[in-house]
Design a protein around this ligand. Structure first.
Ligand code: HH2
Length: 272
């Protein structure tokens, strides 16, 4: 899953794809590099970020999704899905109208209760992600008794809420939400226990790309405070995900992941 942020303030690529042509070109490039899903977002969820209303999110994402769908279809990438990274049903519905076919809700349906009804009505895949609190407060002293069981338990509760709202089980993905209300230790515990998430049978999405925990693992590395210096650590964490059997990695650097995963699967044929 390649990341296409249409936001002025995303933590690693804010403002880079602000106009439609640049956004479409980047989406097409990621498809060529091997992405099977392009995840489009009009709101940053980085710690402390400002919330963006539905009108502004729709203004940011509608035309780029519409154009990208047309360009992907015209260039032989009909099989590449566009997902919409939003917690608001109005934005999700506009994105589906524009050509998206998957929902990525970092609030797992808690922020807008209409999200589940929308996913059920359109029978689209939906990603349910774990977050402690909300982006404004999530990194203020996050605490768990047992982080892996709590995150897993939360996700299974949200799966039940989603199916109760009419979503088919086979349309549900789960995501432990690396960096969303977690300390370095919490993130590492989750990354070390991904097999427990995979064992639920739901496809697991893993988002580690350029995140801050990578800097926490190697504070001695020059420049590691900058998000775009974290590709090697991102690849290492992504391969841990591949080993555990996650279904998709949400990444900024598609070509580098394609290469790393190709080598990994050549060594482990049939596993990834
Ligand atoms: N991480 C981010 C955003 N959306 N969705 C899922 N399912 N899982 C994630 O781990 C995840 C996500 C944060 O990364 P990014 O989009 O690069 O930054 P920002 O939120 O600042 O736009």
């Amino acid at each position: 899953m390649g990341i296409l942020n249409l936001t002025p303030d995303s933590f690693s690529d804010g403002g880079r794809h602000a106009d439609t042509d640049a956004a479409v070109a980047h989406g097409l490039r990621m498809a060529r590099e091997g992405a099977a899903i392009i995840d489009v977002g009009g709101e940053s969820t980085r710690p402390g970020s400002e919330r963006v209303g539905s009108d502004e999110q729709i203004r940011r994402v509608f035309e780029p999704i519409h154009q990208l769908r047309r360009v992907l279809d015209g260039r032989g990438f009909e099989y590449v899905a566009i997902s919409i990274d939003t917690t608001l049903a109005e934005v999700a519905e506009a994105a589906l109208d524009a050509g998206a076919s998957m929902l990525n809700d970092v609030s797992a349906g808690r922020e807008d209760e209409r999200m589940f009804a929308l996913a059920a009505k359109h029978n689209t895949p939906i990603v349910l992600m774990h977050m402690l609190g909300d982006p404004g407060t999530m990194q203020v002293e996050p605490r768990y008794e047992a982080v892996v069981s709590e995150v897993l338990g939360f996700l299974l509760q949200r799966v039940e809420a989603a199916t109760a709202a009419g979503i088919e089980r086979d349309q549900i993905w789960i995501d432990p939400g690396i960096g969303f209300g977690k300390t370095l230790e919490h993130n590492l515990a989750l990354l070390g226990a991904l097999d427990r998430f995979v064992a639920t049978g739901f496809p697991v999405l893993l988002g580690v790309s350029r995140k801050r925990f990578i800097a926490g693992c190697c504070p001695q590395v020059d420049g590691i405070g900058l998000a775009d210096q974290r590709l090697p650590g991102t690849l290492a964490a992504g391969l841990a995900g591949a080993r555990a059997g996650v279904a998709a990695l949400r990444v900024h650097d598609v070509a580098a992941h394609r290469q790393a995963l190709s080598v990994w699967s050549a060594i482990h044929p049939g596993q990834g």
